[in-house]
Ligand binder design. Structure first.
Ligand SMILES: [Zn+2]
Ligand SMILES: [Zn+2]
Length: 96
């Protein structure tokens, strides 16, 4: 008996969930998802909850708002600090 892919739990629903999740990988780390793990679905991509964080401060996005640059996601604060789209004068006082 081959049990190397997914361990059945004696429940068809859980097994089906495992089956469908086998083909899903996290957009960031490329790992699969645990059956009970929360999956973040954003812009057609899937993420672990702990992977769907700001590339700079590694915090979750407030209200799910993020800015993407060069394939990385940043929270609003870090995006402005790092890339300051228009002018640096507005951002003289850096929050910690
Ligand atoms: Zn991940
Ligand atoms: Zn951040």
């Amino acid at each position: 008996m081959h049990r190397n892919l997914a361990t059945t739990r004696g429940c068809d629903k859980i097994f089906l969930t495992n089956m469908s999740r086998e083909h899903m990988i996290c957009s960031k780390c490329g790992e699969g998802f645990e059956p009970q793990e929360k999956i973040v679905n954003s812009t057609g991509q899937l993420w672990h909850q702990q992977c769907f964080v700001c590339a700079q401060c590694f915090r979750e996005f407030r209200d799910g708002v993020f800015y993407e640059f060069d394939g990385r996601k940043y929270c609003e604060h870090d995006f402005h600090v790092l890339f300051a789209p228009c002018c640096n004068r507005c951002h003289q006082s850096y929050e910690r």
